[in-house]
Every structure is written in structure tokens, then in C-alpha cells.
Design a protein around this ligand. Structure first.
Ligand code: PLP
Length: 298
């Protein structure tokens, strides 16, 4: 199989058991899978680098928490991690140790006709656009998210779970692209006083001019980010002062640098915010290296 460019697909048994390599040229889901018809499932996206899935423990923990929030049977994360190791070995065998990839775990409520969950994982190539944004940064539009969970609605809403339902995030990205931007930061409210939530598929991290690192509090409307968590652990150990707290759009304009961090793109610096240029800080390379090493050593 050396030289193969087909994605790696493994079908898992939701209650544990055999792991089966699936031929990428063949379909694997039924027409009535709740993941497809309702977006009713959860997923995790990992970076594969140097023959390993990075930050795996944090991803596995968030996966289990999302599944619980979605009413899915508790996944055996050790079984998923073992399947991931097998898939990464196959990836390295077929592409070589240097090939970076995107590994995705998907777990859905399964077929409407059986109610038996579906579970699979894939490793694919990283999209060239993501690699470009990693290198060159992103121009970003702030957009109000349009809903705010109250204490009562938060009890049933799936805030905080990484669900398959990304239709609103994809629509926001299309809207941003139509206006010549690469990405979106969701806010609560409008204008400079608006509260910063998160990127469409990333966590907002801000490095202040005095060297402090800030991110919006997670929970509620903000998904807990595994990249941000790894960064804060590594940065704190290296002497940076890190804190999660409420941030406004005005804070973004005033920061030394603003970053969108996520597992595969890792760190994309925000170069333009609502059309305004955010100049590169002197410590850009230092911050980038800190984020990269935090993720890849976790
Ligand atoms: N917030 C949202 C809404 C996301 O979709 C993602 C990642 O996909 C993140 C934050 C960043 O999470 P992570 O760093 O675990 O990739």
C-alpha cells in the first residue's frame, strides 16, 4: 500500500470489540443514520504528527463528556485510543512518519430503525487551506451568534458538547468568505462591548502587550478547547501568566496578538479583524512555537 493516498477508515463497535479497516471507495453508513439525518452525534478532531495522535488524553476526555451530554452510551475511550494507534500505524506505513494528518472520531445515535449507535474513525490529509492559514494567519469577521442560553435552557441545550451539528458554523464561515474573510469570531452582542465567545471551529486566545495570555471562559456557549488547555499548561510552566475570563471585542483590538487555536490548524494569528489590520507583534514566532510545542508534546 506504500504511496496510497486513500484516507484511512476504521469502523468501530460502539460497545467495544473488533476494529475493522474499511475500504474508502465504498460507502459505510445507512440512509437513516442519525448522524446524517439529524447531526445527532459527537466527534473529535486530532492532529496526527510524527506517528502519533496529539493531545489524545484531552480529546478522549472531551469525547466522553460530549457523549454523556448527548445521551449516547458511554464510549470505552481506551478502545478508541487503541483503534487510533492502529490507524496511525497504518497511516505511517502508507504515508511515512513525516506525513501530518487529521484524525476524526465520530460517534452517532446510529440507525433510526435499530437505535444501534454508529462509530468510526478516519485519518485524512490536512486541507491545504488549513496549512496556509497556519502559516499566513487569518482575516476574521466578528458575528453575533444569535442565541444565548439561559440557566434553564442550558440544562437541555447541548452547549459545551462537540456535536456533529456544525451547520450554523459552516453558514457563518460561508458568510465570512463571501465578504473576503477567512474566519469568524462569534460574539454575544454587537459592537466593541460585545462579549467574545469562540471561533467557528477554534478557541480565541489573546496575548496581551504585557505578556499575559487570556481566553474566554469555557462552558455555556464556549466549547472547552483542548489546544487552549494544552497551551495554558505549557505556557504557565514556562512562566507566562494565563487566565480564562470574559473578553470584549475591544480587548481583541488592544491585544498584542490574537490567535485562533485548534487541533489541526494549531495556531492561526488574526491578521485582520473586521477589516482592520492587526500588526504582527515582535514575539509572533515565540508565541507560535509555544502553541505548537504545547500541542505536539501533549
Ligand atoms: N471551539 C469550537 C466551536 C470548535 O469547533 C473547536 C474545534 O473544532 C474548538 C473550539 C477548538 O478545540 P480544539 O482545540 O480541541 O481543537
Amino acid at each position: 500500500m506504500a504511496g496510497s493516498t486513500a484516507p484511512i477508515i476504521f469502523i468501530l463497535e460502539p460497545f467495544g470489540g473488533s476494529i475493522r479497516r474499511h475500504n474508502a471507495a465504498l460507502p459505510s453508513l445507512f440512509w437513516d443514520d442519525a448522524g446524517v439525518t439529524r447531526g445527532d452525534g459527537v466527534f473529535e478532531t486530532f492532529l496526527v504528527r510524527q506517528g502519533r495522535a496529539c493531545n489524545a488524553q484531552r480529546h478522549a476526555e472531551r469525547f466522553a463528556a460530549s457523549a454523556q451530554r448527548m445521551g449516547l452510551p458511554a464510549p470505552d475511550v481506551n478502545y478508541w485510543l487503541k483503534a487510533t494507534e492502529e490507524a496511525v500505524s497504518a497511516w505511517v506505513e502508507e504515508r511515512g512518519e513525516e506525513a501530518e494528518g487529521t484524525c476524526v472520531w465520530t460517534y452517532t445515535h446510529g440507525r433510526a430503525s435499530t437505535g444501534f449507535p454508529s462509530a468510526w474513525l478516519t485519518i485524512t490529509e490536512i486541507k491545504p487551506e488549513q496549512l496556509r492559514q497556519r502559516r499566513e494567519g487569518v482575516s476574521v469577521l466578528t458575528l453575533p451568534r444569535g442565541f444565548t442560553p439561559t440557566e434553564e435552557s442550558a440544562q437541555w441545550m447541548l452547549t459545551g458538547a462537540k456535536t456533529l451539528n456544525y451547520a450554523a458554523a459552516m453558514a457563518a464561515l460561508r458568510h465570512a468568505r463571501a465578504q473576503g474573510c477567512d474566519d469568524v469570531i462569534f460574539t454575544q452582542g454587537t459592537g466593541e462591548d460585545a462579549r467574545v465567545l469562540e471561533g467557528a471551529t477554534s478557541t480565541v486566545v489573546l496575548v496581551k502587550k504585557n505578556g499575559k495570555i487570556r481566553t474566554p471562559l469555557s462552558g455555556g456557549e464556549v466549547l472547552r478547547g483542548t489546544t487552549q488547555e494544552a497551551l495554558f499548561d505549557a505556557a504557565q510552566a514556562a512562566g507566562w501568566r494565563c487566565k480564562a475570563k470574559d473578553l470584549t471585542v475591544a480587548d481583541l483590538y488592544e491585544a498584542g496578538s490574537v490567535w485562533l487555536v485548534s487541533s489541526v490548524r494549531i495556531a492561526a494569528r488574526v491578521t485582520h479583524l473586521n477589516g482592520k489590520k492587526l500588526p504582527a507583534p515582535d514575539n509572533e514566532q515565540e508565541v507560535r512555537a509555544l502553541i505548537e510545542s504545547a500541542v505536539t508534546s501533549a
